[in-house]
Design a protein around this ligand. Structure first.
Ligand SMILES: [Zn+2]
Length: 79
């Protein structure tokens, strides 16, 4: 994990701001989590939508792949 890497918005390139920081105990150590957002709220909304659409597409794609593999396995005679 690298610190101090510029966290910029994928859409407008502005430096993203930390909106939330919280700590969680993982085993015996504490991990700090941060949530960042684009300072431009309208832009952030678009980015959120884009990411959600991408995730949906990927899940759909993976689902189709799994179905295809299962169909292929079924079509093969068992040896
Ligand atoms: Zn932005």
């Amino acid at each position: 994990m690298q610190k101090d890497i510029a966290n910029v918005c994928i859409r407008c390139g502005k430096t993203r701001i930390v909106t939330k920081t919280w700590k969680e105990y993982v085993g015996t150590s504490t991990v700090t989590y941060t949530t960042t957002a684009c300072p431009d709220q309208a832009c952030q909304k678009i980015v959120d939508k884009k990411l959600a659409a991408m995730r949906e597409k990927r899940e759909l794609f993976l689902g189709k792949r799994i179905q295809a593999i299962q169909a292929w396995r079924r079509s093969k005679p068992h040896s």
